[in-house]
Design a protein around this ligand. Structure first.
Ligand code: MN
Length: 488
């Protein structure tokens, strides 16, 4: 079970009674927040910190505890911040600095100096904030009463982002084949990915999956076909093509389990031993929370798996998408996003159809795929690119819309969306930022979730939303380029 340490700061000048009260208040608050974070993490009360030795001890413990995904800090009383220096230098887990109080309202009738001594986070949290800033400690500051819904929501977002970062720390990603030949943006520094995020990305020959396919039993293939006919509408007579995909998925599932894989890539340029490009096979796996990137795009595959994790338990859909083509009608521009085959059925507005059509490239047999129209609603598109000396996340707010007219001849699943603040600005900003043609799209997550992930992993982030102004945006890109050159 994931744990978040709830660490309360104080000092040893107040005497037994105040410290006892601080401990009892903190215990109650940790238990309350634990109830609110149910399913994400347990919030564990830690003894109130009064000395630098105690502060260091609890931060070292949190850093060494593999179940601990982050810490919540708050200063119930004043807590002289030099006592936090060693502790903060030792802390290796994401920190939420909760600027709150045990009491919501001031007790105007009874307030006295004892009350002031016990309840002075307005004072103590500023002292603590200073030393964090001085030390350059990345943290999320959440201010407000801890029982208020907006504060709880922000703590939950922090916990989900921390859980996703923690999940990524030991995640394995398989590249079945390499990066698509000559493509730039899908490539990347796999060593740096592991250093920064923990993502262990390795190459496998597609033959490793083919040899599993060859050993599948009829029962295993039939079970997969039964799963398809339960979930999807069969809209093809080509049962053999669908059976072929069922074999791929059954084999990929075994491979994923055997290698403990959370995300994978394939490429149409390396399908030796397969008759089709994986279509339904990849689509159905994505819907189960497996990250996927086509054309060897390991960054999108890994980011997808991490964002699935972050979105766990939330309403909405998350999956890989590709920018494809536009409707450029003036004033109502729309983007049509799709892929050759691999769009996750979590985006389906209605029950997907299984169809079989030829594929223009790759020289393989016509693959079976799921075809559907996409959902509508507010969402984000997130792309990770490798800038050479660092990774950059580009996150754009988008509005998914119902496709205005049927597209009866389009043989792939698709989503349509509007860019923000408008087409000309949103599209130009994405291109200036170097955002890829591959992205993870989510209606479950917001740019705030991506901001948290970026902060916790010290990743550069640029946001495109309804406030984006191109002049400012270009200047921001120039500035971060310069700053990135100054930073290791
Ligand atoms: Mn692609």
């Amino acid at each position: 079970m994931n744990k978040i340490y709830f660490i309360t700061g104080s000092q040893d000048l107040y005497g037994e009674e105040t410290l006892r009260q601080a401990a009892s208040d903190s215990k109650e608050m940790a238990a309350f927040l634990s109830g609110k974070l149910c399913g994400i993490a347990e919030v564990c009360f830690e003894p109130v910190v009064t000395t630098s030795a105690e502060a260091e001890k609890v931060c070292v413990e949190a850093s060494a505890d593999s179940d601990c995904i982050g810490v919540i800090m708050w200063m119930h009383t004043f807590s002289p911040a030099k006592m936090w220096i060693r502790a903060l230098k030792a802390l290796k887990k994401p920190m939420l600095h909760l600027h709150t109080q045990y009491n919501e309202k001031l007790p105007y009738d009874s307030i006295d100096m004892d009350f002031m001594n016990l309840n002075q986070s307005a004072h103590g949290d500023r002292e603590f904030g200073f030393i964090c800033t001085r030390l350059g400690v990345k943290r999320e500051v959440v201010a407000g009463y801890y029982k208020h819904e907006d504060v709880i929501a922000r703590i939950r977002s922090f916990a989900q982002a921390a859980a996703a970062v923690n999940f990524g720390r030991t995640m394995k990603v398989a590249m079945l084949g390499n990066n698509m030949r000559d493509v730039a943006v899908t490539d990347g520094d796999r060593v740096e990915s592991e250093i920064r995020y923990g993502w262990n990305v390795n190459y496998y020959g597609i033959g490793d999956v083919v040899s599993i396919i060859e050993k599948l039993t009829d029962d295993e293939i039939n079970a997969k076909l039964a799963e398809y006919s339960e979930k999807y509408t069969m809209a093809t007579d080509d049962a053999a093509a669908v059976r072929e995909q069922a074999k791929y998925e059954a084999a990929l599932e075994k491979f994923i389990k055997q290698e403990n894989i959370s995300a994978f890539t394939d490429t149409f340029q390396d399908l030796h031993g397969l008759k089709q490009l994986p279509g339904i096979a990849a689509q159905n796996l994505m819907a189960k929370g497996i990250g996927f990137g086509p054309e060897g795009d390991y960054k999108t595959a890994a980011l997808g798996a991490v964002l699935f994790k972050m979105a766990e338990g939330r309403e909405g859909a998350t999956g890989f998408m590709e920018d494809y083509t536009y409707d450029l009608t003036s004033g109502s521009e729309l983007e049509l996003a799709a892929h050759m085959l691999e769009v996750s059925p979590v985006f389906a507005a209605s029950k997907p159809e299984i169809q079989v059509h030829p594929l223009g490239i790759g020289g393989k047999e016509p693959p079976a795929r799921l075809v559907f129209d996409g959902i509508s609603g507010e969402g984000i598109a997130v792309s990770m690119i490798d800038m050479g000396n660092r990774f950059r996340l580009v996150c754009a707010d988008i509005t998914l819309v119902k496709q205005p007219q049927p597209m009866p001849k389009l043989p792939v699943a698709r989503l349509m969306w509007k860019l923000k603040p408008d087409f000309a600005t949103g599209a130009a900003a994405w291109i200036y930022a170097g955002g890829a043609h591959h992205a993870v799209v989510s209606t479950a997550l917001t740019k705030d979730d991506i901001r948290l992930f970026a902060k916790m992993t010290d990743t550069e982030l640029v946001i495109i939303d309804d406030k984006t102004d191109l002049n400012t945006f270009e200047q921001q890109l120039e500035m971060i380029d310069v700053l990135a050159g100054l930073k290791k």
